[in-house]
Design a protein around this ligand. Sequence first.
Ligand SMILES: Cc1cc2nc3c(=O)[nH]c(=O)nc-3n(C[C@H](O)[C@H](O)[C@H](O)COP(=O)(O)O)c2cc1C
Length: 173
Amino acid sequence: MKILITSFSQSGNTVKIAKAISDEAAKTCEVSTKTLEEVKAGDLAGYDLVFIGSPIHVGSLAGPVKDFLNRLQAPSGLKMAGFVTHAGPAYPEQVMSKFVEPLQAACEKNALTYLGCFSCQGFLDPALHEMIKKSQKLTDDEWAERVKEMTGHPDAGDLDKAKAFTRDVLSRK
Ligand SMILES: Cc1cc2nc3c(=O)[nH]c(=O)nc-3n(C[C@H](O)[C@H](O)[C@H](O)COP(=O)(O)O)c2cc1C
């Protein structure tokens, strides 16, 4: 099976998950791992499965990932799974499925099989801390708690979970 793993990542969190998925998938499959910038949305011929990764930006996938999904021209029979990182604590499933809705919409539009989306926390770029703290009207203590919670993510446990997600996706191919 030929697999493409592609992701957009500004501060490196999502690409760590891409690497974990890639390491796991490479045990049994032929894997190409590329940045989103390296992949043409109309050039997915030859792959059986594509994993697409994104940070959550303002409650949705990052703009370049949404653009990519909008331009997607995929061969019939392709399967797709997603992976996202976010600074907030674990979101309820209903909220997360709204965030990643463009993935499902692209699958529906192109008649692809959607195999689910992995999500975990990723430390927020320190340059944005003050802005987010203010925009969410958090006190110093609340913000300190938020920073403590996201520090170190994605961690080894997150990478293990991403690998387990990969095994699950591959078992459903
Ligand atoms: C412009 C911007 C908007 C963000 N919006 C959210 C958000 O709505 N919810 C959230 O939990 N995290 C948000 N984050 C945090 C990122 O999703 C998180 O830090 C992610 O792990 C970054 O991934 P990257 O290192 O691959 O770029 C935002 C980050 C940026 C830069």
